[in-house]
Design a protein around this ligand. Structure first.
Ligand code: MCN
Ligand code: CUM
Length: 787
């Protein structure tokens, strides 16, 4: 495999500038909000100012009388179309527009369609809603109190805010391990509610063509095919008359997996007005009402022998799912993949239980590069291991080295049933320690402590679980998670690859061309990648859970191999020899033993489309397709080390260095992988130090703008130091593992571990994220404090 380190386009894998940047860098991207269809109208959503209130009446007459308003839609009107409520992704229902009650601040109450965006927004002010304010449930820990207000009284017979109980692992075996362990450490921790906050907010343009009755929905979606099928199932629209187009997406990060009320409202608006309708939310709407992430209250316990052999792990989770259970994960897993929480260690037993509750907050939960909640799982185990190191007075690197899974244990089945495909963990940790100069850093830390300076070194080692998923275990609302790919080679040897996944910034137009190039030898610049249009791409479930490379990448590799297999037959017909007498040399077939006689892919393509006589039963042209049902997920991993300085006077944390060694198998494009890692590390610094969606006691969202919801900038980030090891996946056709969420999953515990390490002279054992100066200051004063 080529690993060309220059920026010239390689054949196959290697560093290569992104093809899509030709338009992005010139400001020529084509986002949903760039669309301007003839006669297009604009929609705006009226949202609830209250977290919990009964709707007594809605008066839309003044809004309807506005000269530029074309339609005003309420929940009552949607009820007549059977669209007031739609199924959620987790066997619940979600209100498109509130009918009975509003259940979180920012919930959709009415929709105005007008000639222009300004008039639509102006008309919202003319709608009179009479609310009866109800007490809200804001604290998940109080959601199950006897006297807690019942949020979901729309569900027949519902008398509490309980959603589900779910568990994994062997409870009895775990209890026994704990009963016999020399050391048990307990730690409560919160992974706070955060938001993916993509640069582009969510939006849609819907157009129902009144002539051919075809509905086209241009929307910010990570999963166009899944959306189309769900629209068909929910609204009873014929699927062949539905086209979902996802143009350029300005960041998804899980925020654009689900179907939002606004999309449905744009569709209904278009059906009612017979004109295209655009709906585009603003920043506050995005932060207040779309998929949040995390909000896991965790009670962890870790058991070990006196000399630091980790024996068992258990955790009880209270999961705040907001007002509707609309988390997006494979059906059988209400807590996503949280039960991979034993992480990278070889333990005897483990058990987790998760209880989901409703609160008066926006729904969601699975977003923000979470790998279906592996983020929460990695945070839990990596904080617990550090807590254990603290109690044992053992170096956290040494404790990890002692307990990491060893290469010969792979494939490894975890105590909760995951089969890790491959790994060389100690090598990755050693490399990270070498890059960091770990031993020297510890010496420096000791010298600084002697002077009263606070320096901290934090480690995390993570195992990711990506590439959902095998059909036998995983589906989303009954749809299997296979992905399709079609490769078509044109007569002159150029090619087009059609994918079911959808890039939101990950660079698929480049990397999928590189995959096909790697297999066929056609240069990547001669391969066009088509995605994001259900009329022009094969079915598949879309991009999330870093599944594009593990699933769709495998489909592309196999389809490309099928092209090469076919090319061999065509070449043999052209050269009048047997297919077995040919030898493949990336991009051409030669007669075995004589490189001077052969045919290039371009010549073969022309032959396949030309008059060459092919053997009986072999069809012409040079196309192939594949639907890939992955046999297992892929398990990328990494070792991260963070160095922080804490100002003892102001409690401000500065991240001085961050070392990240990632192993995602072979790298298609090392530059893109580094970009993915850099972005994820910034996410981690953000979550660890500043990001949180906080609420006041009335359920008011306190983070509804970037003035209040802080995201990291280059000023808070050090110059990342990255490294790589390469452990191929044994089951992926090219050995590839996903990487898109690795750094977001792996980095928060490294930062938190570093801060807690810095605060050791104060006896601090734990403090919850975000570690703002106020939070760190309180920890230094010994007072437990929560944002
Ligand atoms: N890649 C590679 N070699 C590998 C693995 C991956 O070169 N061994 C490349 C891929 O080909 C792809 C990129 O790295 O171009 C990420 O690949 P993958 O891990 O397969 O993840 P996906 O493409 O499925 O992307 C999804 C993932 C998720 S779930 C979130 S959330 C997230 C992330 O990607 N959202 C992002 N990274 C993001 N990056 C950007 N810019 N924008 C987002 O919204
Ligand atoms: Cu969980 S965020 Mo990504 O899987 O789209």
């Amino acid at each position: 495999m080529t690993t060309t380190e220059n920026q010239a386009n390689p054949i196959g894998f290697g560093r290569m500038l992104r093809k899509e940047d030709a338009r992005f860098l010139r400001g020529k991207g084509n986002y949903v909000d760039d669309l301007n269809l003839p006669g297009m109208l604009h929609g705006a959503v009226l949202r609830s100012p209250y977290a919990h209130a009964r709707i007594k009446s809605i008066d839309i007459s003044a809004a309807q009388a506005h000269p530029k308003v074309k339609a005003v839609i309420t929940g009552e009107i949607l009820e007549t179309l059977n669209l007031a409520w739609i199924p959620s992704l987790s066997h619940d229902v979600v209100a498109v527009l509130a009918t009975d009650k509003v259940r979180f601040q920012g919930q959709e109450v009415a929709f105005v369609v007008a000639e222009d965006r300004y008039s639509a927004r102006d008309a919202l002010e003319l709608i009179e809603v009479d609310y009866e304010v109800l007490p809200p449930v804001v604290d998940a820990k109080k959601a199950l109190d006897k006297d807690a207000p019942v949020i979901r009284d729309d569900i027949a017979g519902k008398v509490d805010n309980f959603i589900f109980d779910w568990e994994s692992g062997d409870k009895a075996a775990t209890d026994e391990v704990f009963a016999n362990a020399a050391i048990v450490v307990n730690q409560d921790m919160l992974y706070p509610r955060v938001h993916p906050a993509p640069m582009e907010t969510c939006g849609a343009v819907a157009y129902m063509d009144p002539i051919d009755q075809k509905l086209t929905i241009y929307s910010t979606t990570q999963a166009p095919h899944a959306h189309r099928t769900l629209y068909a199932l929910v609204a009873g629209l014929p699927e062949h008359k539905l086209r979902v187009v996802s143009p350029d997406i300005g960041g998804g990060f899980g925020n654009k997996v689900g179907i939002y009320p606004g999309y449905v409202l744009a569709i209904v608006g278009s059906i009612l007005t017979k004109r295209p309708v655009k709906w585009m939310e603003d920043r506050s709407e995005n932060l207040m009402s779309t998929s949040f992430a995390r909000d896991y209250h965790m009670k962890g316990s870790i058991a070990a022998s006196a000399d630091g052999k980790i024996l068992g792990l258990r955790v009880d989770v209270l999961a705040d799912h907001g007002a509707f259970n609309n988390t997006a994960q494979p059906t059988k897993f209400p807590a996503g993949f949280f039960h991979v929480f034993t992480g990278s260690y070889d333990l005897m037993a483990a058990h987790c239980s998760v209880r989901g509750v409703y609160t008066n907050k926006a729904p969601g939960g699975v977003a923000y590069a979470c790998s279906f909640r592996v983020t929460e799982a990695v945070y839990l185990v990596e904080r617990m291991v550090d807590r254990l190191a603290q109690e044992l007075k053992m170096d956290p690197a040494e404790l990890r080295m002692k307990n990491l899974l060893r290469p010969e244990q792979f494939p490894y089945t975890s105590p909760t049933g995951w089969e890790y495909d491959s790994g060389e963990y100690p090598r990755a940790l050693r490399l990270a320690m070498d890059i960091a100069g770990y031993e020297e850093l510890r010496k420096e830390q000791a010298q600084k402590r002697a002077k009263g300076e606070l320096m901290g070194i934090g480690i995390s080692f993570f195992t990711e679980t990506v590439g959902a998923g095998p059909k036998r275990h995983m589906d989303i609302l009954g749809l299997g998670m296979a992905d399709g790919c079609e490769v078509r080679v044109h007569p002159t040897g150029k090619a087009v690859v059609r994918l079911s996944v959808q890039s939101q910034g990950q660079g698929h137009e480049t990397t999928f061309a590189q995959i096909v190039s790697e297999v066929t030898g056609i240069p990547p610049e001669d391969i066009d990648v088509v995605h994001g249009d259900t009329d022009n791409t094969p079915f598949g479930l879309g991009t999330y859970g870093s599944r594009s490379t593990p699933v769709s990448g495998a489909a592309a590799a196999i389809a490309a191999r099928r092209v090469v297999d076919k090319a061999r037959i065509v070449a043999s017909a052209m050269l009048e020899c047997a297919p077995e007498d040919l030898e493949w040399e990336k991009g051409r077939f030669n007669i075995k033993g004589d490189k001077s006689v052969g045919k290039t892919m371009a010549e073969i393509a022309l032959g396949a489309h030309g008059t060459v006589e092919l053997p009986e039963g072999v069809e012409g042209h040079l196309n192939a397709e594949c639907v890939y049902d992955p046999p297992n997920l892929t398990y990328p991993f990494g070792a991260y080390i963070c160095v922080v300085d804490v100002d003892p006077a102001t409690a401000k944390v500065s991240v001085r260095r961050f070392i990240a060694v990632d192993d995602c198998g072979p790298r298609i494009n090392p530059m893109i992988v580094e970009g993915q890692v850099h972005g994820g590390l910034a996410d981690g610094v953000g979550m660890a130090l500043m990001e949180v969606i906080a609420f006041d006691e009335d359920g008011n969202n306190l983070g509804a703008s970037f003035m209040d919801y802080l995201i990291p900038t280059s000023l808070e980030c050090p110059s990342w130091e990255t490294g790589a090891t390469v452990t191929p996946s044994p089951h992926h056709p090219l050995g590839l593992k996903g990487v898109g969420e690795s750094a977001t999953v792996g980095s928060p515990p490294a930062v938190v571990n570093a801060v807690i390490d810095a605060l050791a002279p104060y006896g601090v054992k734990h403090a919850d994220m975000p570690l703002t100066p106020a939070q760190v200051w309180q920890a230094m004063q010994g007072a437990p404090y929560r944002t």
